[in-house]
Design a protein around this ligand. Structure first.
Ligand code: IDP
Ligand code: MG
Length: 141
């Protein structure tokens, strides 16, 4: 058994466009379970920790500004290989390159070759997932 958890975020663009339900429907349709869910506008402090691997990159500051610009839906999901599985459902980082049928491929928009706004976040490894779930849902067991 390789049941694991992943942190999914419906980013401010996805939340404001009313796409939370569509994202959750795809997660549930795939067979993953929802373990925790909260709508919240994340603080800069949380986002700096969440995106620590990108600190110093040119897109870091715009990314933190965008992610703290409004509510996101933070979700912990659970299922067999759901970290890799949700990345597959989400599609490539660049919405224009993301495959049709994926969340980013179907819903993502290109804002002048800026891939900051790409609807969702998903943890990229079980280790990242554990770290991110701890950051966003510190009380979760
Ligand atoms: P991921 O979300 O597909 O894992 P990462 O490379 O971890 O992609 O980047 C985190 C987030 O930072 C992306 O989802 C996107 O919002 C933003 N991002 C990544 N690369 C760029 C870039 O080159 N320009 C602007 N934003 C970027
Ligand atoms: Mg990433």
């Amino acid at each position: 058994m390789t049941t694991e958890r992943s942190l999914v975020l419906v980013k401010p663009d996805g939340f404001s466009r009313g796409l939370t339900g569509a994202v959750l429907a795809r997660i549930e349709r795939k067979g993953y379970r929802l373990v925790a869910l909260e709508i919240r506008t994340p603080t800069r402090e949380l986002l700096i920790q969440h995106y620590a691997e990108h600190e110093g990159k040119p897109f870091f500051e715009p990314l933190v500004a965008f992610m703290s610009s409004g509510p996101v839906t933070a979700v912990v999901i659970e299922g067999e290989r759901c970290v890799e599985g949700f990345r597959s459902i989400a599609g490539a980082t660049d919405p224009t390159k993301a495959a049709p049928g994926s969340i980013r491929g179907d819903f993502g928009r290109d804002f002048g070759h800026d891939v900051t706004q790409n609807v969702v976040h998903g943890s990229d490894s079980p280790e990242s997932a554990a770290r991110e779930v701890g950051l966003w849902f510190p009380g979760l067991t």
